[in-house]
Design a protein around this ligand. Structure first.
Ligand SMILES: Cc1cc2nc3c(=O)[nH]c(=O)nc-3n(C[C@H](O)[C@H](O)[C@H](O)COP(=O)(O)O)c2cc1C
Length: 182
């Protein structure tokens, strides 16, 4: 698949089964993330990879935080099981630092770009993924459980695996609704 086709046909897939990307395929996915635009060459990225039992450990952390938030038993169970929806979940962290010219926001945007780059690198190699989020990713207690620093912010959970459905090809969005000339 050429680069432009990949950009135009990028899509998310939530129905993911084994195998997850491994070996050189996974390395290329991670390297694509590390090519995200990066103001000031701060490299503000950390990728926490959960597969196998690691997904259960992540689920337990999420459930604990949901419990601390007094969420319903149903929500706590949902949080615990969330990472099991794919064979691999990469928690993408903006490792932002105070900088005179590069606000935290820009560093977080850079980490967001890394999520999309990794999703596309997965798709380019025959795998699939979806960027998920949720209120728990802002909770300091989750950050502590993941041994993150004070200014770190989780920007998303990239679920990766083998698509178990055919990828759909939707028409492109209506350009006129989103673009105007100045
Ligand atoms: C920052 C961010 C957070 C998202 N969080 C979720 C989420 O928690 N759950 C979800 O189903 N989709 C979430 N999405 C949307 C999906 O990643 C995906 O973009 C959407 O399902 C549309 O599919 P498409 O990417 O193929 O157009 C999020 C997207 C972004 C950019």
């Amino acid at each position: 698949m050429d680069a432009l086709t990949l950009l135009l046909q990028r899509q998310s897939v939530g129905q993911l089964s084994s195998p997850a990307p491994q070996g050189e395929v996974l390395q290329r996915i991670l390297q694509a993330g590390l090519r995200a635009p990066d103001h000031g060459a701060l490299h503000p990225w950390l990728f926490l990879i959960a597969e196998g039992e690691g997904r259960a450990r992540l689920g337990n952390m999420l459930a604990e935080v949901a419990t601390e938030r007094n969420e319903s038993a149903e929500s706590v169970l949902k949080a615990r099981q969330a990472p099991l929806r794919a064979p691999m979940v990469i928690t993408v962290v903006a490792k932002a630092v105070a900088h005179p010219k590069v606000p935290l926001f820009e560093q977080q945007l850079s980490a967001g770009c890394a999520v999309m780059a990794m999703q596309m690198a997965a798709q380019a190699q025959g795998f699939g993924g979806i960027w998920r989020s949720g209120p728990l990713m802002f909770e300091r207690s989750l950050h502590r459980a993941l041994q993150l620093a004070e200014q770190d912010q989780i920007v998303g959970f990239l679920y990766l695996g083998t698509p178990s459905v055919d990828l759909r090809r939707e028409p492109y969005a209506d350009l006129a609704a989103h673009v105007r000339s100045l």
